[in-house]
Design a protein around this ligand. Structure first.
Ligand SMILES: Cc1cc2nc3c(=O)[nH]c(=O)nc-3n(C[C@H](O)[C@H](O)[C@H](O)COP(=O)(O)O)c2cc1C
Length: 206
């Protein structure tokens, strides 16, 4: 039975975004008692740095070479994260909006795992995502609101996540958004409650 990987990209103990993910997780656990939930908190777990040597590995893989020797050893923790990612068949990402985009910890994680040969490959005619048949839920809270113009175009987070995970082959992605969080207490309470309710039934069979 597959695993749910919960990737947490808010450093806050009192995370508002977790308040959206938690009702989803509760209803998921009630429905799927035997499913394993693996929590990856990007603030608490140190990710491998992508310095000069490790990045050379990426360039080599693109050119169709194998990793070997010291380079291969330096890639062990990257491969560990790739395998951890691939061992799940459902992903839950808890991500606040930061500067119209995602927090740097999530970008760091994406830069670590999105590696040629492992998660995608180039052929002469196409780029193929290698993560097939998996689903993703993205819980996101934002201080402002981005559902309508003119601020709608400032949401670089949702299109980016759809693009990068779509590139890998994950196209079944549901967003659970609560916004605006910083335009008055009443609105915050209402939007949190609405998102929490829809988190219990995210619109499709999970
Ligand atoms: C560094 C930082 C940058 C932020 N940038 C934005 C932003 O560009 N747009 C926005 O609407 N809210 C922004 N916010 C507000 C957060 O998205 C909002 O407070 C969110 O609910 C926090 O979620 P959390 O409690 O799960 O961390 C920012 C907050 C922080 C800490």
């Amino acid at each position: 039975m597959g695993k749910l990987l919960h990737i947490i990209a808010s450093p806050r103990e009192e995370s508002r975004t977790l308040e959206i993910s938690n009702p989803f997780l509760e209803s998921f656990k009630a429905k799927h008692k035997d499913r394993i939930i693996d929590e990856l908190n990007l603030t608490k777990e140190k990710l491998p740095e992508l310095g000069m040597e490790r990045v050379d590995g990426n360039m080599g893989l693109i050119e169709g070479k194998n990793l070997f020797g010291e380079l291969k050893e330096s890639w062990e923790d990257i491969i560990m994260h790739i395998n951890r990612f691939l061992s799940a068949d459902l992903y839950l990402i808890t991500v606040p909006m930061w500067n119209f985009h995602i927090p740097y910890t999530l970008k760091h994680y994406i830069d670590v795992i999105v590696q040629p040969t492992y998660l995608f490959r180039y052929t002469q005619s196409i780029v193929e995502g290698l993560v097939k048949g998996k689903k993703m839920i993205v819980a996101s809270t934002r201080g402002g609101q981005y559902v309508t113009p003119p601020t709608q175009r400032l949401d670089f987070q949702e299109p980016y996540l759809l693009t990068i995970f779509g590139f890998l082959g994950i196209t079944d992605i549901t967003f659970l958004k609560a916004e605006p969080m910083d335009q008055g207490e009443e609105l915050r309470k209402q939007k949190r409650e609405e998102a929490g309710l829809s988190a219990k039934r995210p619109g499709r069979e999970i």
